[in-house]
Design a protein around this ligand. Structure first.
Ligand SMILES: CC(C)NC(=O)[C@H]1CCC[C@H]1Nc1nc(Nc2ccc(C(=O)N(C)C3CCN(C)CC3)cc2)ncc1C(F)(F)F
Length: 280
């Protein structure tokens, strides 16, 4: 698509696109496969209803997130090419991830092999190092927010909702599982919240469930703030993987393993495919 410096330099309209099949439902509307007519470029078109955005007071957050997202350029971060709106809807022109939603793949496989998990964790660590380098945090990296590109590469695709779910609303409806202690206790937090969430994600990749899961929210809260980390006996997971997870799920955010050190951890070095692509 027209690589403009600002996503909104080009005035896009619906007429610029042929709309294809629906890809599924996002929180505030549907996502469609679409083709930009001039370039024949395939994209995903996310349609958000203005009245729903208004009801949930997310318009300004969406605007800020679109602003951030349109300036991020990384192979493991889903591109936002631009946006436009009409009377009732906002349309986001997004990169199409050909292999769909990672959480569905995780549900299907139950849990991933150590090589697959390590490859994904390494590519996410690289994406987060890039984001932190641009002072962008809260890339809400739970499985539901990860998509898979045509070559099997992971794409962080959460823009918008991480800010939305991140504030008090997340404690109302979104999953708590990924919240680090300082967010559960709603005290100051910084980029190290993403190290915690990556640790939670690594655990869920290997065991098929997040580490502090509990029936009641109050129990999940308690398990998080107490860092009640227990590794199940099954499936069998290497001690190197458990060591890495234990160094990321640390209550004191300043003591969490820095992302650069995550990439140097023996478990990652020995298991992650350097290309960031899991070849099975
Ligand atoms: C991160 C965010 C929270 N999630 C989302 O936005 C979700 C909400 C709905 C779709 C997805 N959003 C996107 N999805 C894709 N690709 C894609 C998705 C699904 C399939 C798939 O498995 N089917 C169509 C299958 C095909 C088989 N049938 C049976 C079921 C659906 C294949 C490719 N690319 C970009 C986006 C994006 F993000 F740009 F919008």
């Amino acid at each position: 698509l027209q690589a403009s410096s600002e996503a909104d330099k080009k005035r896009w309209t619906l007429n610029d696109f042929d709309i294809g099949k629906p890809l599924g439902r996002g929180k505030f509307g549907h996502v469609y496969l679409a083709r930009e007519k001039r370039s024949n470029h395939i994209v995903a078109l996310k349609v958000l209803f203005k009245n729903q955005l208004k009801q949930s007071q997310v318009e300004h957050q969406l605007r800020r997130e679109v602003e951030i997202q349109s300036h991020l350029r990384h192979p493991n971060i889903l591109r936002l090419y631009g946006y436009f709106y009409d009377q009732k809807r906002v349309y986001l022109i997004l990169e199409y991830a050909a292999k769909g939603e990672l959480y569905k793949e995780l549900q299907k496989c139950k849990y991933f092999s150590e090589r697959r998990a390590a490859t994904y964790v390494a590519s996410l660590a690289r994406a987060l190092i890039y984001c932190h380098g641009k002072h962008v945090i809260h890339r809400d990296i739970k499985p539901e927010n990860l998509l898979v590109g045509a070559q099997g590469e992971l794409k962080i695709a959460d823009f918008g909702w991480s800010v939305h779910t991140f504030n008090r609303r997340r404690t109302m409806c979104g999953t708590l599982d990924y919240l680090p202690p300082e967010m559960v206790e709603s005290v100051e937090h910084d980029a190290s919240v993403d190290i915690w969430s990556l640790g939670v994600l690594c655990f869920e990749f290997l065991y098929g469930m997040p580490p502090f899961e509990a029936k009641e929210h109050s129990d999940t809260y308690r398990r998080i703030v107490q860092v009640d980390l227990k590794f199940p006996a099954k499936p069998v997971v290497s001690s190197a993987a458990k060591d890495l997870i234990s160094q990321m799920l640390v209550k004191d955010s300043s003591q969490r393993l820095p992302l650069k050190k995550v990439l140097e951890h023996p478990w990652i070095v020995q298991n992650a495919d350097p290309s960031g692509i899991y070849k099975g």
